[in-house]
Design a protein around this ligand. Structure first.
Ligand code: NAP
Ligand code: FE
Length: 361
């Protein structure tokens, strides 16, 4: 068992402004990496700009991060950081900008071709400060950056101890502007992380303790993502739970839900959390059969009697999951079966098993 969690995490309203002096320790020049609109809409960008101005730190903004960022997208952000001579990077947004920021930090200090990020890199990346505006991926505390490549390898993760952000600021007010569907999908991603962490070969005492805590909170709060007006306490707990679920997968990695979900995103355009949420019922049905003790831990942490009630919850959260055709299921299973996540799964899985799961969503 190994535990290494080097990110300094701050939680609570105004935590960024209250700790703005920490930016100064990262350097004199910052590149802000974000998407088109979420950094501004969430209010996080205003806080960051105020903090940088107060601290006398120069900055530039790269706001071209796409959803499910490609390798080239992150490479472009890294080139901008190098050109500006940035000392550090601030990622603001959901998992897409945070992952792009983490990869950009590697490109900024290493003169490499885009795909060489998956090999050994000589120089340490620039330090990264991560400011999540979704409560889902936990990327602010993980050593992972998930990048989109091509139809053979839809999404592949850059990972390593050098990939952890140095700082994470979790202010739930930044998630208030989330569209309702994104709030639901991202919460399902967090739930999936915690569930997969328990149903993973690398599950340990530490990761399970954390994953159960995350599942307990998500079980209580996940349906509140559908309710208006937004309850700030609930948003705070969701952001906290998604960070905990990120800590859990930092210890264990993820399973076939994530590798199969990457295909649903790439080939069927399903948002990341939506895809994972849709795969949870077929996954947990199999977990009940092949890993009943671990499956029972998940249901008990959610205070649910069993799989039927879990499936009902998913249908309330995702009432319109599109059906996958026989042909698409075959094609996606051929792709997802090659992903290394399969090695972490608690029971062995064949291509036909994955095809059957795609047909069951
Ligand atoms: P996302 O792709 O970052 O964002 C989805 C959409 O929500 C975007 O249109 C974004 O706008 C918008 N948005 C985000 N925050 C908002 C806010 N507060 N107000 C209004 N709009 C907002 O979604 P995500 O689910 O958080 O991240 C998914 C990515 O994370 C995937 O690529 C996935 O593979 C990755 N991931 C990484 C890890 C990890 O450990 N590194 C773990 C799980 C998933 P903008 O386009 O303007 O930003
Ligand atoms: Fe995820």
């Amino acid at each position: 068992m190994r535990s290494f969690m080097p990110t300094k995490v701050f939680c609570g309203e105004n935590c960024l402004i209250l700790n703005k002096h920490l930016f100064k320790a990262l350097g004199e020049k910052a590149l802000i990496v974000c998407g088109r609109s979420s950094a501004a809409a969430s209010g996080a960008l205003d806080d960051v700009l105020a903090a940088l101005t107060d601290e006398g730190i120069r900055y530039e903004i790269y706001n071209g991060v796409l959803n499910n960022p490609t390798v080239l997208n992150a490479y472009e952000a890294g080139g901008k950081a190098a050109e500006f001579g940035a000392d550090f990077i601030i990622g603001i947004g959901g998992g897409s900008p945070l992952d792009a920021a983490k990869a950009a930090a590697v490109y900024a200090t290493n003169r490499i071709e885009p795909m060489e990020i998956y090999g050994e890199t000589k120089n340490l990346p620039l330090p990264v400060a991560a400011i999540p505006t979704t409560a889902g991926t936990g990327s602010e505390v993980t050593p992972y950056s998930v990048l989109t490549i091509d139809r053979e390898n839809p999404k592949v993760t850059v990972k390593g101890d050098h990939m952890f952000p140095k700082l994470a600021f979790l202010d739930h007010r930044y998630t208030k502007s989330l569209p309702a569907d994104v709030a639901v999908h991202t919460a399902l991603d967090a739930l999936s992380h915690a569930v997969e962490s328990i149903l993973c070969k690398r599950n340990s005492y530490i990761s399970e303790y954390i994953a159960r805590e995350a599942i307990g909170i998500l079980g209580e709060e996940i349906e509140n993502t559908l309710k208006y007006p937004i309850n700030p306490k609930s948003r705070e707990r969701l952001l906290y739970a998604s960070m905990l679920a990120g800590v859990a997968i930092t210890h264990t990695g993820t399973t076939i839900i994530h590798s199969m979900g990457y295909s649903l995103t790439y080939f069927m355009d399903m948002p990341h959390g939506f895809a994972n949420g849709a795969l949870l019922p077929p996954f947990l049905r199999r977990a009940e059969k092949y890993a009943p003790r671990e499956a029972a831990k998940v249901f008990s942490a959610m205070h649910l009697p069993g799989i039927d009630e879990f499936c009902e919850l998913i249908s309330r959260l995702l009432p319109n999951i599109p059906k996958v055709s026989e042909e698409d299921a075959e094609m996606m299973a051929n792709v997802s079966i090659k992903n290394k996540n399969i090695l972490q799964n608690l029971w062995s899985v064949t291509k036909d098993d994955e095809k059957a799961m795609f047909l069951e969503i």
